[in-house]
Design a binder for this molecule. Structure first.
Ligand code: DX5
Ligand code: ZN
Length: 224
């Protein structure tokens, strides 16, 4: 099956003093999603933003907002992020003893639910939840910071997750996050991913619109 590849620029690498313009540039470049990284200084060793920023972004773009929660106890905040305008929320399997409950909570709020998985977490940890999610977010770096190098082993992990989803009859997206650029996009897509998150390779360039288009073109080479 050929599925369109979605490009999700991550604003973590954007200039926050000019965030509206940065997002407008990504939108001009054809961004399908805006990826918003939420970090709490506990689950990951960095701090970012919260629901108020999501609310502000919601006002300046019609592009769906893809919220990646890298926080402890995400259940406390899911409702706030949905009210702020999140269209999809991903939570980490490593942060949740009651993952199924959290996924149901997100879905009960009528948005898409994703499960995120760290580089050291085995694919098997997704077995019991694979049929219940709209997307699997594969971390191809250790979460917490932009600008890290893609971990090559992520490619075989993407293949294994696509096989698991197929076995469950699931059409869930596979989103890949960390170190994605024009040099590896085709391989990532060929492995079975269909959503590419990109921070530095888009907002770390002088032309985020052009970089968004370039990433889509590069990804196209990996579509079967
Ligand atoms: C890292 C975040 C990523 C980050 C990716 O924890 O989840 O979304 O913004 O940045 P790049 O594309 O620069 O690796
Ligand atoms: Zn992210």
């Amino acid at each position: 099956m050929t599925r369109p590849v979605l490009i999700a620029p991550s604003i973590l690498a954007a200039n926050f003093a000019a965030l509206g313009e940065e997002i407008a540039a990504a939108e001009r470049g054809g961004a399908d999603l805006i990826h918003v990284d939420i970090m709490d200084g506990h689950f990951v060793p960095n701090l970012t933003m919260g629901p108020p920023l999501v609310r502000s972004i919601r006002k300046v773009t019609r592009v769906p907002l893809d919220v990646h929660l890298m926080i402890e106890d995400p259940d406390r905040f899911v409702d706030d992020f949905v009210r702020a305008g999140a269209d999809m929320i991903s939570v980490h399997v490593e942060a949740l003893p009651h993952l199924h409950r959290t996924i149901q909570l997100i879905r009960s709020l009528k948005i898409k639910a994703g499960v995120a998985i760290n580089p050291a977490t085995p694919v098997g940890s997704l077995e019991e939840i694979a049929a219940d999610v709209d997307l699997v977010l594969v971390m191809s770096v250790n979460p917490g910071f932009g600008g890290q190098t893609f971990i090559p082993r992520s490619e075989s992990k993407i293949q294994a997750i696509r096989a698991l989803l197929d076995a469950r009859g699931s059409q869930a997206h596979i989103e890949v996050d960390g170190g994605v650029d024009t040099g590896n996009a085709a391989r990532i897509v060929a492995a079975g991913a269909d959503v590419l998150v990109a921070g530095n390779s888009i907002f770390g360039t002088p032309d985020p619109a052009g970089a968004t288009r370039a990433l889509r073109a590069a990804a196209g080479a990996g579509v079967a």
